[in-house]
Design a protein around this ligand. Sequence first.
Ligand SMILES: [Fe+2]
Length: 288
Amino acid sequence: MTRPFKGFGLGLRTDHYQYIIDNKPDVDWFEILSENYMVPGGKPMAMLDAIRVDYPMVMHGVSLSIGSTDPLNQSYLQALQQLIERVEPMWVSDHLCWTTVNHKNSHDLLPLPYNEETIDHVAERIMQVQDYLGQQILIENLSSYVTYHESEMEEWEFLSEIAKRADCLILLDINNIFVSAHNHKFEPIDYIHAIDPERVMQFHLAGHSYSGNMIIDTHDHNVCDPVWELYGRALQHFGAVSTMIERDDNIPTFQELRTELAIAEKIALETLPADMLEINNYQLKGVA
Ligand SMILES: [Fe+2]
């Protein structure tokens, strides 16, 4: 197993900056939203620098638009690279989606048609990004609410094939699997069992909301019991995977989120041997 395990992290949110600086809470790492720090200075950047002194970080983006037919946004990649040099993250991720068309930003993470043509297109673009950044990136599975007539395979086949062809890594969002399984009526465990454990570098966990007979990925609630159960089953398949909770709305105190993260730690300890959960050192495979 070459995949590293970095422990349990939380999303870094502005509400918690001062608490973290003052208390240096026991968290293994933080995930930052890259776009929030693509600025030359200001208070968020100062807070980021201060917190980075004490914690490893990973960078998570929403604007790469890897599935778009627009050319890759070179100024975005440049800003991303500058932030990577500043933060020195353990790894960098974005979503398996498209957000822009004709250079107009939808401000939403839109799903792709699952077919060979799209695999070719997206894998090629991921390779271009990896070449530019000089490292592998992680791509994350979305929660989705629509499908395309043009889709010819299951989402997990699409994700797996892209990761293989681009030689990239996967950020597997367990809640998104649960949400999409409900909305599209598949078994979430089938998704998990189809993904190569060697590709999965990180898990996301989050809460969601019901809207009629759909589930919406709102990140404004605690992680629900069925998602915790799926997390345990994912650990059985993947082994130890660096795990974090995403909370973007209705944000509780830092201590409440830390207590919720402890549930993930407890499930991991109950599911896996303790030596598998020791945090290890690892260098991402560079891209020549
Ligand atoms: Fe996520």
